[in-house]
Design a protein around this ligand. Structure first.
Ligand code: PLP
Length: 400
């Protein structure tokens, strides 16, 4: 009898975490390595949020809480959805989990039956197809192209929908491409979904606040109120408030789904950290003025990286609307040989040779379901980005 569960054979470990670990190992061994693999802001959590957490500890807010969040945080989330997304959720339509990741996981575990299909536009965040597979569902990947800005077309969405489709996952701005859908683009997609009443929408709005050049952010239920009763609007404090380690994510959605999510959570992790919940109350209710400052720093870095990468031989890098990633093509390097003598046949060869020869850690596009590309996280200082992009230029210039 096998010791490990069969479900484990359906999933693979996170490629982004693997790259981060590999870069860390090389660094520990004394190599000069620049890690551009991790998906977290390099900024520190703002002081008012830290102080709220310290106060929560001092005030003894250190006990178990309601499984899916304290009422004060749920009220802050209701306020956030109203203020920023013009969405009216009531307290019992809100759930709080240990990161957006847990909320997404719970939602899929609470709804998937064997054979259920989940549409995942590619490139996608690495965890979507794995979570779907773990839940016994079937991920249906719909590839996009660089020419379409890595956005799924209404026709491609329509074609992917079958009688078995349970969810479609939207992630705008996207990890890994940075692509964000305009209101008109989103409306064209929601029009398709209005014709398929059995399909639910999981919208992962984690990068909502990181959009640039005056881009106006909108979310699914705001664009098409007719979809609100079959949409789960997922968000969190990790990216917008530089709070990745605090582990607070949340969602708004129909009551029966929110209740099912709480049931899953009650038999697994129970409540997210009480201290982090109080910090999140301050994040959502407190001053928001540093968000545009974070965003402006990211915009400058995006422009630097896009400009430098487009000067590298064989690399084509579009300028994405948001998040802190770029997703350039390395198609122009395929079939060539590096200065170190390595033949580049795939994007995985490209990133492996780049790490070995120039000490720059990025993640291959195939890990996100689209090749030959790679993802760079530009959530690091200008100086480090200049150094890294300079190395990529040298790496590409050295190819024969
Ligand atoms: C697209 C996307 N969704 C969800 C998450 C999960 O965020 P967290 O669990 O930190 O809230 C991430 C984090 O990398 C992400 O990139």
């Amino acid at each position: 009898m096998a010791f490990l569960a069969d479900s484990l054979s359906r999933i693979k470990p996170s490629a982004t975490i693997a790259v981060t670990n590999k870069a860390r190992e090389l660094k520990a061994a004394g190599r000069d390595v620049i890690g551009l693999g991790a998906g977290e802001p390099d900024f520190d959590t703002p002081d008012n949020i830290k102080e709220a957490a310290i106060k929560a500890i001092r005030d003894g807010k250190t006990k178990y809480t309601a499984v899916d969040g304290i009422p004060e945080l749920k009220a802050a989330i209701v306020g956030k959805f109203k203020r920023e997304n013009h969405l009216d959720y009531s307290i019992d339509e809100i759930t709080v989990g240990t990161g957006g990741k847990q909320v997404l996981y719970n939602a899929l575990m609470a709804t998937l039956n064997p054979g259920d299909e989940v549409i995942v536009p590619a490139p996608y965040w690495v965890s979507y197809p794995e979570m779907v597979a773990l839940g016994g569902g079937t991920p249906v990947e719909v590839p996009t192209t660089q020419a379409s800005g890595y956005k799924i077309s209404p026709a491609a969405l329509d074609k992917a929908i079958t009688a078995k489709t349970k969810w479609v996952i939207f992630n705008s701005p996207s990890n890994p491409s940075g692509a964000a859908y305009t209101r008109a683009e989103l409306k064209a997609l929601t029009d398709v979904l209005m014709r398929h009443p059995h399909v639910w929408v999981l919208t992962d709005d984690m990068y909502e606040h990181l959009v640039y050049d005056g881009f106006v952010y909108t979310t699914v239920a705001e664009v098409e109120p007719g979809l609100k009763d079959r949409t789960l609007t997922v968000n969190g404090v990790s990216k917008a408030y530089a709070m990745t380690g605090w582990r607070i994510g949340y969602a708004g959605g129909p009551k029966h789904l929110i209740k099912a999510i709480a049931t899953i959570q009650s038999q697994s992790t129970s409540n997210p950290s009480s201290i982090s919940q109080w910090a999140a109350v301050e994040a959502l209710n407190g001053p928001q003025d540093f968000i545009p400052k974070f965003a402006e720093a990211f915009r400058q870095r995006r422009d630097l990286v896009v400009s430098m990468l487009n000067q590298a031989n064989g690399i084509v890098c579009p300028r994405p609307e948001g998040a802190f990633y770029v997703f350039p093509s390395c198609a122009g390097t395929i079939g060539r040989k590096t200065a170190g003598g390595k033949k580049i046949a795939t994007d995985e060869d490209f990133v492996t040779a780049l790490l070995e020869e120039e000490g720059v850690a990025v993640v291959q596009g195939s890990a996100f379901g689209l090749a030959p590309f790679f993802r760079i996280s530009y959530a690091t200082s200008d100086r480090v980005l200049e150094d890294a992009c300079g190395r990529i230029q040298r790496f590409c210039a050295g190819m024969r």
